[in-house]
Design a binder for this molecule. Structure first.
Ligand code: PEP
Ligand code: MG
Length: 933
């Protein structure tokens, strides 16, 4: 367009370019946007712009940017400017294509797809074939010379539009379609002919009318506006919200909408559609990987309705197209310096690229791809270290099956797809809701395996809590496969030999019927499924070597230490192997859960006078001492932080309710029942049925005494040691006797004695004095001194606020963020799950604060506590030992506030090491934490 420059003053305000460009066109070899504009165009839109600019065969279209979605969220609609720019872009598209949307003999049809900054596969909505109506479907039928295809496209539009835009349950359409198939005795969807599909369309329209009281919109522009708004709304649907929560994606980003000319993979035998990866997303091997279907639309490949064909087969069927696809995808990988996940369509022999993005991959694949890309010169090591999400490190430690344990009759199938690695044993559940109910929480966690014909994004909450997923349908790119890989969760997909009937809650395989709660074993590494609980073996050391190499690139950037929470020597050993630099928390009460010890612990708790308690403690002393020796030996002079007893005492005793029931039923119990009861209460002194009558009421009385309505905040932490100083004495004695014994044998020790749940400096003084007194006693008796420190756990808000005082007595701090979260929020850590699902759904909380540190509240208290503590003791050692110590985002926080170390469970040590290194590298290299999303 010719432009004429006007003098400044004469430029009318309204002709000024709007501050925001809402709509970006791509097509005809160039695009308004580019690949860097993910914030505005979303990942998909930026990719389409980039591919167009690179001259790749991309169907033209336009992207409505994320700001329009944010506007929609703010105001419930978009501004006029968005409508105006969309109209202009549509005209441009119509001109370029020589077609009119939904009109004329060759109608333009478009797809309308979501596309956020970070990929959220399947979480938001898509509409295909938009522009079809009663007239344009006839034109399409004529032009394609394929009425079946035209009617099939139209019925798909009504179904998708009906479901996504008009919010009619998908089931309503499925029922119509299934009934038609039954009526026509059609086995496959493709068996329905044009006439049958026309009948389906008429029925679908009735469904629309019945549910919305309006006809299916015939005006293509109306369709477009409604679809665009529905895609914006889909940003706020439950599954998208859940996905964002799990993946830590900001709710305020919004999605872009991509409107693109349709190309068809279902125009006959020279058309097809597929998806693929430039490298194997499960193993990382450099091989062209993917699947496709001829005469199909994209949905068919990923939904599991038809089983797709491996992409290598395309080389035989259409060699030219295959070569072109390989060439393009190789270029794409070189261009983006990362493994690509791509979608393509072949329309009557011509290849179109629909999408490319950085591919999701398992942890094993991420490391292999990163190392090989460094070797290939595609990326450097500093870039490579961000290519593994620390949460995926666990993939290296997943279990394998012990093949020796497998008998042929245990195998239910060996032809499932190895969708996401790891073997797991669990109990069957058939729905996501059941998975949530049965999986339980905390100490009551049960391993459940979610078994479904196929998963959909609606199952995301169940997939999150299940330890494994088994599906009978769907390919390697199906929803279950993609999502579990991202979660690092074992998955066998498309196990066609297994029939799953979710309604009847049954799974059938090899003539056997399995019900809810039955045990099975699935092996996501090989795609096999077994009945019962099979034996599992630890992970493959070969992969560990790769991880070590990768970690050696990341490690130099790490600034904070990583310790492990380990209570027994075996766990301490494991922690060392994983690279722990000490023990950050030994929960001494956990040492007493073993069968041969719990009796003494119970006797100690049940004692109602000091003499009896001392007697029981005496029995516990040698056990504690030998455990401490084991810990010191495993750690070879590295710090071992031993927390004095902090037991919710009732955990060691029988349940109050059970006792009540047993007492009530005792008078009418048969001899056999009494025998069982004697077994149940043997630890408490029952030897024969006659003992029960006296024993049970006594026991109940003590249990009542210890019962606390909120068991996590009663007689806990230092309060126990203050009330019963002999407990602190015994534990201190065990620690120092153990340390002296180890050092006398030539070993090194570094004991850190930690007093839990301190709120006032007086508590610290009280307990610190006992520990130091006993230390001196032991050193005198044994004639040897060892190095030790006495410090505290900071677990209460008050402790953070008076940390300067506490630091006068405490030589180190360790933040117990489990209790600190509990006491800051006033949430009971045991009962949070009654509230949490609602809080997350309503967006009141973004994340479970017990999993990832709440930076604004709990984090702020941590910062205050550190600052005040270090005011008194500038070199104060500060760690964290709550569950957060193994959560990458919390580790990043700990790095930022300058903690000395984080401490987490042994299996999370490598995760924490990598998260800490990435946090250090982000600072040092001044990059934005560049993990592949
Ligand atoms: C904590 O409160 O963060 C902690 C580590 O202690 P526990 O979980 O044993 O209460
Ligand atoms: Mg605690």
């Amino acid at each position: 367009m010719a432009t004429q420059t006007l003098p400044e003053a004469e430029v009318p305000v309204i002709s000024k370019k709007p501050a925001i460009q809402y709509v970006y066109f791509f097509g005809g070899g160039k695009a308004d946007g580019n690949g860097k504009m993910k914030d505005e165009l979303g990942g998909k839109g930026a990719g389409l712009a980039e591919m167009t600019n690179a001259g790749l065969p991309v169907p033209p279209g336009f992207t409505i940017q994320t700001e329009a979605c944010r506007e929609y969220m703010r105001h419930g609609g978009v501004s006029k400017e968005v409508d105006r720019e969309m109209e202009a872009a549509l005209s441009h598209l119509e001109q370029l294509q020589g077609q009119k949307l939904g009109k004329g003999e060759n109608p333009l049809l478009v797809s309308v797809r979501s596309g956020a900054k970070f990929s959220m596969p399947g979480m938001m909505d898509t509409i295909l074939n938009l522009g079809l109506n009663d007239q344009s479907v006839e034109s399409l039928a004529k032009r394609s010379n394929n009425p079946r295809f035209a009617y099939d496209s139209y019925r798909r539009l009504i179904q998708m539009f009906g479901n996504v835009v008009l919010e009619i349950e998908k089931k309503q359409f499925d029922e119509v379609f299934d009934a038609k198939k039954k009526q026509k005795k059609a086995k496959l969807d493709t068996d329905l002919d044009a006439k049958a599909l026309k009948e389906v369309i008429a029925e679908y329209k009735k469904v629309v009318k019945k549910h919305t009281k309006h006809d299916f919109p015939q005006d293509a522009h109306d369709q477009l506006v409604m679809a665009r708004d529905a895609v914006f709304r889909s940003w706020q649907n439950d599954r998208a919200k859940t996905y964002r929560r799990i993946n830590n994606i900001d709710d305020m980003l919004g999605t872009a909408v991509n409107v693109q000319a349709m190309v068809y993979g279902n125009l006959g035998d020279t058309s097809g559609t597929g998806v693929g990866f430039t490298r194997n997303p499960a193993s990382g091997a450099k091989e062209f990987y993917g699947e496709y279907l001829m005469n199909a639309q994209g949905e068919d490949v990923v939904s599991g309705v038809r089983t797709p064909v491996p992409i290598l087969e395309l080389q035989r069927v259409m060699p030219d197209v295959y070569d072109q696809l390989r060439d393009i995808t190789t270029r794409l990988e070189n261009h983006y310096h990362d493994m690509q996940d791509f979608e393509f369509t072949i329309q009557e022999g011509k290849l179109y690229m629909l999408q490319t993005r950085n591919g999701k991959r398992t942890g094993l694949a991420a490391v292999r791809v990163a190392i090989e890309m460094v070797d290939e010169g595609l990326i450097d090591k500093e870039e490579a270290i961000f290519r593994l999400d620390p949460n995926q490190v666990v993939d290296f430690f997943v279990s394998r099956l012990d093949e020796k344990d497998i008998r042929p009759e245990d195998v239910l199938t060996s032809t499932g797809l190895a969708a996401s690695p790891g073997a797991v044993v669990g109990q069957i559940v058939f729905t996501a809701d059941e998975a949530v109910t049965k999986a339980g929480h905390g100490a009551e966690k049960n391993p459940v395996i979610l078994v479904r014909a196929e998963t959909t994004p609606e199952d995301i909450h169940g997939m999150e809590v299940a330890i494994g997923i088994l599906t009978s349908q769907g390919g390697i790119t199906s929803h279950a496969a993609v999502v579990t890989r991202g979660m690092g969760k074992s998955c066998v997909a498309g196990a066609g030999e297994i029939a799953v009937d979710e309604r009847a809650r049954e799974m059938r395989a090899r003539g056997q019927v399995f019900k809810e709660d039955d045990w099975i074993t699935i092996d996501g590494t090989t795609g096999r499924v077994f009945r019962g609980k099979r034996k599992l073996l630890p992970p493959d050391p070969q992969n560990m070597a790769k991880l070590e190499k990768f970690m050696s690139w990341a490690e130099p950037f790490r600034q904070i230490g990583v310790r492990a929470n380990a209570d027994i020597p075996r766990d301490a050993q494991k922690a060392r192997e994983f690279g722990a630099e000490g023990i950050g928390l030994c929960r001494t009460e956990h040492m007493f859960f073993a069968a041969d010890r719990i009796g003494h612990m119970r006797a100690m708790i049940l004692a109602n006078n000091e003499k009896d308690r001392r007697l029981a403690l005496k029995k516990l002393l040698p056990m504690q001492r030998s455990d401490f020796i084991g810990l010191f030996e495993a750690m070879e002079g590295l710090p071992v932080t031993i927390r004095l007893l902090d037991p919710p005492l009732h955990e060691f005793l029988p349940k109050r309710e059970k006792l009540m029931v047993d007492i009530a039923s005792l008078s009418s119990a048969s001899a056999k029942q009494k025998k069982t009861l004697v077994e149940d209460y043997r630890d408490y002194g029952a030897k024969a049925g006659g003992d029960l009558k006296k024993l049970l009421p006594q026991l109940l009385a003590r249990v009542e005494e210890l019962h606390e309505f909120n068991p996590m905040l009663g007689h806990r932490g230092c309060r126990l040691g203050i009330t019963y100083p002999e407990i602190t004495e015994m534990q201190s004695r065990a620690i120092f006797e153990a340390a002296v014994a180890v050092e006398k044998k030539g070993g090194k020790t570094h004991a850190e004695v930690m007093i839990p749940l301190i709120a006032t400096v007086k508590e610290m003084e009280n307990q610190g004095a006992i520990v130091r007194r006993v230390a001196e006693e032991v050193f005198r008796e044994k004639g040897k001194k060892v190095k030790y420190h006495v410090g505290t756990m900071i677990e209460l808000p008050r402790a953070c606020l008076v940390a300067d005082e506490i630091a006068k007595e405490a030589e180190f701090f360790s933040f117990g963020t489990n209790d600190l979260t509990q006491t800051t929020f006033g949430f009971s850590r045991d009962d949070i799950n009654k509230v949490l699902p609602t809080y997350l759904r309503e967006g009141i909380l973004k994340q479970d604060p017990f999993a990832s540190i709440d930076r604004d509240g709990v984090g702020e208290l941590v910062s205050i506590g550190m600052e005040r503590g270090r005011k008194t003791r500038p070199d104060l050692e500060v760690g964290i030992c709550g569950e957060h110590g193994g959560d990458p985002s919390s580790v990043e926080f700990c790095h930022k506030v300058g903690m000395t170390y984080v401490s987490c469970s042994p299996f999370r040590v490598k995760t924490a090491l990598l998260a800490a290194a990435q946090a250090g590298a982000t600072d040092k290299l001044k990059v934005e934490g560049g993990r592949t999303k």
